[in-house]
Design a protein around this ligand. Sequence first.
Ligand SMILES: Nc1ncnc2c1ncn2[C@@H]1O[C@H](COP(=O)(O)OP(=O)(O)OP(=O)(O)O)[C@@H](O)[C@H]1O
Ligand SMILES: [Mg+2]
Length: 243
Amino acid sequence: MTALSLRDIRMTFPDGTRAINGVDLSIERGEFVTIVGPSGCGKSTLLRIISGLQQPTSGSCNVDSKNIGYVFQDSVLLPWRNVQKNVELNAELQGIPKELRRESAQKAIGLVKLNDHVTKFPHQLSGGMKMRCSLARSLVSQPQVFLFDEPFGALDEMTREHLNDELLNIFLQEKFAGLFITHSIQEAVFLSTRIIVMSSQPGRFISEHKIDFPFPRVPDIRYSAEFAELCGRISHDLKLAHA
Ligand SMILES: Nc1ncnc2c1ncn2[C@@H]1O[C@H](COP(=O)(O)OP(=O)(O)OP(=O)(O)O)[C@@H](O)[C@H]1O
Ligand SMILES: [Mg+2]
């Protein structure tokens, strides 16, 4: 079942900046698609269009669910709420009854392994823990379409790899349609079922790579020759994208 479908999306901002130049994309549930591309090529703009935060200049965007998860590069937690209360936030805004939202928040907190930190406030958390908390907050509404805008970009490599392993486990359990953005080719290859390379501004898709590693993926696939070869091919296309 197609969870997300874009047809000829174009975006020109009022100041004349042409950000996106005709993008077509379909994602099914159970697919994890990652977009890589040069800075300023329109990746975040595309996610904003999909989430409904931005109207495209032309083209159609169909999302087969009102439940869209959106995780930003910054964890955007409320400093005066502890982990439990931050995770409950979206559910609270949706008017979900207290008991129900507490239950679903606890499940999400378990998925991101923050059980031992529920009473801590954001300033008491590490960068990785803040991102886990942000992820849990989006998981509460059980999104069928999950958008990620460079969520682990600010983290050190070990923490990022650890969170990648956990995100894949969550993906396997929840089976959402994932659309992920990163500047890390390794992260893209490890997580994705498909990688799309986007050209520099105005952005359009220039190549697509199917990633066939079976699930569940063990962390050690990162050291295989096949993994290195895929990274090499995508890196090559990214150089063309910068041209
Ligand atoms: N509100 C706006 N008005 C005018 N131009 C904008 C606006 N928002 C974004 N842009 C421009 O659109 C282009 C795409 O921006 P976008 O943020 O989507 O890039 P990106 O691919 O996410 O880059 P990065 O990898 O650095 O996050 C850029 O040239 C940017 O300056
Ligand atoms: Mg961006």
